[in-house]
Ligand binder design. Sequence first.
Ligand SMILES: [Zn+2]
Length: 185
Amino acid sequence: MKSQSSLDFFSSKNNSMLPDYFSLAVSCSKLGTNITMQVFTEEVTTKHMKDVSRLLKIYLPTILESTCFNTKNLSFDKEVTHTELGHLFEHILLEYLCKEKIRSGSNEAVFKGVTKWNWNKDTFGTFHIQIDVPHAEKDLLYFALEQSVLLLKRIIHYHASWPSYPDITQKPLQLSSYKPEKQMA
Ligand SMILES: [Zn+2]
C-alpha cells in the first residue's frame, strides 16, 4: 500500500534519560496503525506495580475512566492493577490520542484499540497493538506516541527501583502462570 509508512523510530531513544524497557515498531496505513511492542523486563504485567493507579492518576487521570473490554468485565481502573504492559500501553496511547485531538480543536475524539499476544509463536513479552488511527493523522500519532512512551517508561522505572522488581538485565523467564495467548481491547 502506498500510504504505508514505517515509523519504527520509537525504539525509545527519544527519552534517553530512562532505560529501554521496551521497543516499538510502528507502521501506519490508510486503515490504521499496527504496533509491535517488545517488552524487555522480566515482569510483563502490572501485577507487582503497586503504584500504577496512583501514577496514572497524577499523569493521565482520565485514563481511569476509559472503556475496556476484557474477559473479566472489569472497568479499566480495576483492570489496570493486573494487566499486561502491552494492554496498558494501548490504553495510554488511546488516551493521549483523544486528549491531543480535543486540544487541537475537535469537539469529540474516539479511538479504539486491541492488544493481542501469542507467546507460543512470538518471543515472550511481544505484543501486537492495533489502533484505528490512520496515516492521515500521523502527526497526532507521533505526538501521542512520544507522550505514551515517556509515561510508560516512567511507570516501569518507578517500580523497577524496587528490590523485588526483577533485574531487567536478566533474561526473560517464561512463567507458567502466564496465559500465553490472549486478546484484549
Ligand atoms: Zn482494555
